[in-house]
Design a protein around this ligand. Structure first.
Ligand code: SIN
Length: 484
């Protein structure tokens, strides 16, 4: 961390009510690239989480009473500071998460874009006046902030997943508490430092870092002062958090797992499809909820696509994210073991390794970019969310068949296909049972677009004007007696 231009961005305490809180014990944060300890962080727990909710609750009236313009001005300063410190924030992110530095810089810009975008969109929270059918009454609809928002965020995007939630919440007039993943708390704490410098008032943005996932999670999902809970992570954990939220009937939004199909039709631009598949699959070493999980290729172009894809993937360089590489380590050796298991179980039932298929020598957390062919949709590597740098390729013959295979999953987050025929583009885009469809595009994430899934991939949307609605309540006001 000595290489940071601004060493004050490295914070090791929870940020509650505008102050840094130490606790009795610490936990360590390690670099997934080499296992080195990069920080010792004060281990907050239930008590600190309750304090953070209390602080957010106390700050709510002050923050929600500000005009959208006042909130936007503060958020804009926060955005400016994030961009001004992009290099340091990216370095911290790569050190704790592992992704290549260029990707980490991209994530900082992506996260900051939510702050900028929602700051502006907060100025457009309109209501309605509805004709009542009765001359002496008016029906008025206004939108108000839901209240205190609590969240739990993942290690794969330590900055952007917080920014995407917090920006919408703050723009709507809500106050915010986040518990980031313990693997990657430093990015969240650096964001808090910059929020403070931007002048975001005490209690509006709180970060609690600690290992007691269950205890802290219970506070965030069950505290009566929390109005809304939002989570990004696995479907299994999401389900249990939804259950916990039921006791106080919280508004919830969930961004959960995915099993994205990537379909290459016989009229596709094959070179563009190869580039799109690489971008979608190997971003963050395959550790994203939206990354391609299964590639389906139509018979007529199967050989051509597969050959070009193998060539392109074989050129990817793998290593420490601080070096000039395309693919970094995975987050833990347990994550590597999970991917290895899926690959081996699929080989046992007939899949063929045509590239990679084993760990990389550089350390416990590295798995080689891998391609499997002769895969069927029911093999473990296709039926499960891989969350690693492995691509199964599945052959198909016609449109109806591939839509059925693509939709044959409990997930419904992102999907992608490459085709040129306009009729086919409409039919397939409408037929895919996913919340997001990339057509001739492998990277679809954008602050202005609604990110979210259907089926067991979650509920609610993040980003875009729809994402702001998730942090607003609708209030109906009936004004009567107008003719008296
Ligand atoms: C995710 O993997 O959950 C988020 C990816 C993105 O926002 O692009």
């Amino acid at each position: 961390m000595r290489e940071l231009k601004d060493s004050q961005l490295l914070k090791c305490f929870s940020y509650i009510n505008g102050s840094w809180h130490s606790s009795e014990t610490n936990f360590i944060v390690t670099n997934p690239a080499n296992g080195e300890v990069i920080a010792k962080v004060s281990n907050a727990g239930v008590v600190e989480t309750e304090l953070a909710v209390q602080a957010a609750s106390n700050a709510l009236k002050m923050w929600s009473s500000k005009s959208a313009n006042e909130r936007a001005a503060l958020m804009r300063k926060w955005f400016d500071l994030m961009m001004a410190n992009q290099d340091d924030l990216a370095r911290i992110l790569t050190l704790e998460q592992g992704k290549p530095l260029a990707e980490a810089k991209g994530e900082i810009a992506y996260g900051a874009a939510f702050i900028d975008w929602f700051a502006e969109e907060g100025k457009r929270v309109y209501g309605d006046v509805i004709p009542s059918g009765s001359g002496d009454k008016r029906i008025i609809v206004i939108k108000q902030p839901v209240g205190v928002v609590a969240s739990i965020t993942p290690w794969n995007f330590p900055n952007a997943m917080i920014a995407r939630k917090a920006a919408a919440a703050l723009a709507a007039g809500c106050t915010f508490v986040v518990r980031p993943a313990t693997q990657t708390p430093l990015s969240a704490l650096a964001m808090a430092e910059l929020a403070e410098r931007a002048g975001i008032p005490a209690g509006v943005f709180n970060v609690v870092v600690g290992e007691d996932a269950r205890g802290m999670g219970k506070v965030l999902t069950q505290h009566p002062d929390v109005a809304k809970f939002t989570f990004t992570g696995s479907t299994a954990v999401g389900k249990s958090l939804i259950e916990q939220c039921a006791s106080t009937v919280k508004k919830v939004s969930m961004e959960l797992g995915g099993n994205a199909p990537f379909i290459v039709f016989d009229d596709a631009d094959i070179d563009a499809a190869v580039q799109g598949a690489i971008a979608s699959k190997y971003r963050n070493a395959g550790q994203t909820c939206v990354c391609t999980n299964r590639i389906f290729v139509q018979d007529a172009v199967l050989a051509q696509f597969t050959e070009k894809f193998i060539q392109a993937v074989s050129e990817l360089t793998i290593g420490n994210g601080l070096d000039d590489v395309n693919v970094g380590p995975m987050i833990t050796s347990a994550a590597v073991a999970g991917v290895e298991q899926l690959v081996n179980d699929s080989i046992a039932v007939g899949a063929t390794v045509v590239l990679g298929g084993e760990r990389d020598q550089q350390g416990d957390n590295y798995y080689l970019p891998t391609i499997l062919t002769n895969v069927t949709n029911d093999m473990p590597i296709a039926a499960n969310e891989i969350f690693g740098p492995v691509t199964p390729i599945i052959a198909f013959s016609d449109e109806e068949q591939v839509i059925a295979m693509a939709n044959d999953t409990e997930y419904g987050l992102a999907s992608y296909f490459y085709a040129r025929d306009i009729g086919r583009i409409w039919r397939v885009a409408e037929g895919l049972a996913f919340g997001m469809v990339g057509v001739n595009e492998g990277i679809i994430s954008n602050a202005a677009a609604p990110f979210g899934g259907v089926k067991q991939s979650g509920s609610g949307r993040e980003g875009s004007k729809y994402g702001l609605d998730d942090y607003l309540e609708i209030k109906y006001i009936c004004i009567g007696g107008l003719n008296q």
